[in-house]
Design a protein around this ligand. Structure first.
Ligand code: PEP
Ligand code: MG
Length: 565
C-alpha cells in the first residue's frame, strides 16, 4: 500500500490514465520585427483567455460560481498590466514572445513559491498553469484533454492544474492521483467540490503506476493500492458502497437547521486551525467556528507573527464567515505543543506547567499583540475571544482587564473594533469544572474542552498507554464534570458549547442534549453526521438515557449501555 495525502474523501476503483506532461520546450530566438512579435504574444493571450473562459463556464456548471473564479483568476493573472508591460519590454529588447513570457512567469513563480503561507504558494501553481496555457497557444500545442477518458478512469498526473479539472467529466473519473499538491491546493478544493476521491503528493506515482493498471484509492485515508487482488477489490467496493450510501443519506441534512426531534435548535460549528479552514467549515455546512486554534499560526513560523500578520489572518477568517460566529482562542502553547522560537523551558510536568493563559499573562507583549489583532479583526465579522486552560477567577479577570485596556488604546487611536465583543473561556481543567459557578459570572460563554478536561479530571496523561483505560470522556467523573459545567452556565444564562472531540461522539450526544449544551463544535467533516444524530433525539428520550448513564458506576458499564442503544 502506498501512502499520500488524502485530500478528497471517498473510495475510487478504476484503471490508471497517466497524463504525460506536454513538452512546452522551445528554442529561444532573437526577433527583429518586435511589433509583430508583440502582436503574436497579445493574440496568444487573447486566445488563452477565450479558452479559459470556456473552462470557467464548464466549472460554473459542474462545481459552482466560486470554483469558476479559480479559472477567471487565471485571466486576471495573464492580464496583469505589470506582467504584460514587462513582457512587451523584453520583446522590444529582441527576445521572442515565448522566452519573454516564460522568464516573467518564472520570476513570479519564484516569488510566490518562497512565501510562507499556503495561499501565496498556491498562486505559484496558478502562474505555472497560466504559463503552460499561454506557451501552448504560442507553440501551437493542444492542451491535455481529459474530457474524453472512459468511465472508471483514475487520472494520474504529476501536478493537477485547475484547468485540467475544468476539463474533467466527473461521471467518468473514479479518482485522482498526483505527485504534488496538498489539501489546500485549488485542485484539491475542486476535487472535493466535485466529490472525486483524490490522493495527492504520492511519491513517484507516475513511475510506479502503469497506463491501464487497476488501482484503488482511498481519499479519506490517503492510501493507494496498485494492482489490487480480488479480495481487496471486493473489500473496497463494499466500503465504497457503504460510504456512498452514508453520504447520500447525510446530504439530506445539508442546509438544514440543527435541531432535535422535538425542535430544540442547537448551534453546530467547527474547529479550525488556519484562516482558510473557515471556508472548509462552510463547505461542510458548519454554522460558524467554535474554536480557532491560533497556535497553528505561531507554529508555522520562525518568529512570533506580527500584529499585522495576525490581524490579516483573523480578518480573513471573519470575512469568510460573514455574520456567522468565529470564536478565536488565544495562544494555547505548552503541554504537548511546543513553539521552538519561544524558548519554553523543558518542564518535568509540562501539562501542569507554564502553558496557555498562564504563559500569555506572563508574556504581556505577545498577549497584547494577539489581542489587539483579534480586536481589530472584530470590525470585520462576528468574533469572540476565548481564553484556554482557565483554572481560577483571577485569570479571567486579568485577561478581560487587558482586553479592556486594549479597547481603550484602539479607541484613542481611532481604530474600529466590535465594542460588544464577547469574552469566554475554555472549561477544560478540573478546577474550572469545580468553580464553574464562579467562572460563569465572569465569562460571556463557556466552551468545554473535553480533550484536556478528561486528562485533568482523571489525572491521566493521554499519551501514556499504561493509563489510557482512564482517559475516556465516558468516565463517570468526567460526565459529572461536564454536567456540572453545563448546569453552572445555564444557571447563569450564558451559552455553553463543547469543542473537544467528545462533541461529535454519537454516544455522548444524548447526554449533552439532556445536560443542556447549546453549541457543538466539531471537525468540519463531522458536521452533517452530528446534525443527523442530534435530529434523532428528543429531550425526554435523552433524559432517560442520561438518568440511566449517571446511575452507572464504571466507564465500561456506561460504554456498553450507550453502545447497545
Ligand atoms: C480540548 O482540550 O478539548 C480542546 C478543544 O483544546 P485542545 O485540543 O486544543 O487542547
Ligand atoms: Mg485544550
Amino acid at each position: 500500500m502506498i501512502k499520500g495525502i488524502g485530500v478528497s474523501a471517498g473510495i475510487g476503483i478504476g484503471k490508471i490514465h497517466l497524463v504525460e506532461e506536454h513538452s512546452i520546450e522551445y528554442t529561444p530566438k532573437q526577433v527583429t520585427d518586435t511589433d509583430a512579435e508583440k502582436k503574436r504574444f497579445h493574440d496568444a493571450v487573447e486566445l488563452f483567455c477565450e479558452n479559459t473562459r470556456v473552462q470557467a463556464e464548464a466549472l460554473r456548471k459542474t462545481a459552482g460560481e466560486k470554483e469558476a473564479e479559480i479559472m477567471t483568476g487565471h485571466i486576471s493573472i495573464v492580464n496583469d498590466p505589470f506582467l504584460l508591460g514587462e513582457v512587451d519590454k523584453l520583446i522590444d529588447g529582441g527576445q521572442c514572445a515565448e522566452a519573454s513570457f516564460d522568464s516573467m512567469c518564472d520570476m513570479f513563480i519564484q516569488i510566490f513559491s518562497a512565501a510562507e503561507d499556503d495561499m501565496t504558494r498556491q498562486r505559484a501553481a496558478d502562474v505555472r498553469d497560466v504559463r503552460t496555457g499561454v506557451l501552448s497557444v504560442l507553440l501551437g500545442i493542444s492542451e491535455v484533454k481529459l474530457s474524453e477518458v472512459p468511465p472508471g478512469t483514475v487520472i494520474c498526473v504529476k501536478e493537477l492544474t485547475p484547468s485540467m479539472i475544468a476539463e474533467i467529466n466527473k461521471d467518468n473519473v473514479a479518482g485522482i492521483l498526483t505527485e504534488t499538491g496538498s489539501t489546500t491546493s485549488h485542485s484539491a478544493i475542486l476535487a472535493r467540490v466535485l466529490e472525486i476521491p483524490a490522493v495527492m503528493s504520492v511519491p513517484d506515482i507516475m513511475k510506479a503506476a502503469g497506463n491501464g493498471e487497476e488501482v484503488i484509492i482511498d481519499g479519506g485515508k490517503g492510501t493507494v493500492v496498485l494492482s489490487p487482488d480480488e479480495a481487496q477489490i471486493k473489500e473496497y467496493s463494499e466500503k465504497r458502497e457503504k460510504l456512498l450510501l452514508e453520504r447520500r443519506e447525510l446530504e439530506k441534512y445539508r442546509g438544514k437547521v440543527t435541531e432535535s426531534a422535538d425542535g430544540t435548535v442547537y448551534e453546530l460549528v467547527c474547529n479550525i486551525g488556519k484562516p482558510d479552514d473557515a471556508k472548509k467549515a462552510l463547505d461542510f455546512d458548519g454554522e460558524g467556528v467554535g474554536l480557532f486554534r491560533t497556535e497553528f499560526l505561531f507554529m508555522d513560523k520562525t518568529s512570533v507573527p506580527t500584529e499585522e500578520e495576525q490581524f490579516e489572518a483573523y480578518k480573513k477568517a471573519a470575512i469568510i464567515l460573514g455574520k456567522k460566529p468565529l470564536i478565536i482562542r488565544t495562544l494555547d502553547i505548552g503541554g504537548d505543543k511546543d513553539i521552538p522560537y519561544l524558548g519554553l523551558a523543558k518542564e518535568e510536568n509540562p501539562f501542569m506547567g507554564f502553558r496557555a493563559i498562564r504563559y500569555c499573562l506572563k508574556n504581556r507583549d505577545l498577549f497584547r499583540t494577539q489581542l489587539r489583532a483579534i480586536l481589530r479583526a472584530s470590525a470585520f465579522g462576528n468574533i469572540s475571544i476565548m481564553f484556554p486552560l482557565i483554572t481560577c477567577v483571577e485569570e479571567v479577570r486579568e485577561g478581560k482587564a487587558l482586553v479592556e485596556e486594549l479597547k481603550a488604546e484602539l479607541r484613542s487611536e481611532g481604530i474600529t473594533f466590535d465594542e460588544n465583543i464577547r469574552v469566554g473561556i475554555m472549561t477544560e481543567t478540573a478546577a474550572a469544572g469545580i468553580i464553574a459557578d464562579l467562572l460563569a459570572k465572569e465569562s460571556d460563554f463557556f466552551s468545554i474542552g473535553t480533550n484536556d478536561l478528561t486528562g485533568y479530571t482523571m489525572a491521566a496523561d493521554r499519551g501514556n498507554s499504561d493509563v489510557s483505560y482512564l482517559y475516556s470522556a465516558l468516565q463517570p467523573a468526567v460526565l459529572r464534570m461536564i454536567r456540572s459545567i453545563i448546569k453552572a452556565a445555564r444557571d447563569n444564562n450564558i451559552p455553553v458549547g463543547m469543542c473537544g472531540e467528545a462533541a461529535s461522539d454519537p454516544m455522548m450526544i444524548p447526554l449533552l442534549i439532556s445536560f443542556g449544551l447549546t453549541e457543538f463544535s466539531v471537525s468540519a467533516p463531522s458536521v452533517l453526521r452530528v446534525r443527523k444524530c442530534i435530529s434523532t433525539w428528543t429531550k425526554e428520550k435523552a433524559d432517560e438515557v442520561a438518568d440511566k448513564v449517571m446511575s452507572l458506576g464504571t466507564e465500561s458499564e456506561v460504554r456498553e449501555y450507550l453502545q447497545n442503544l
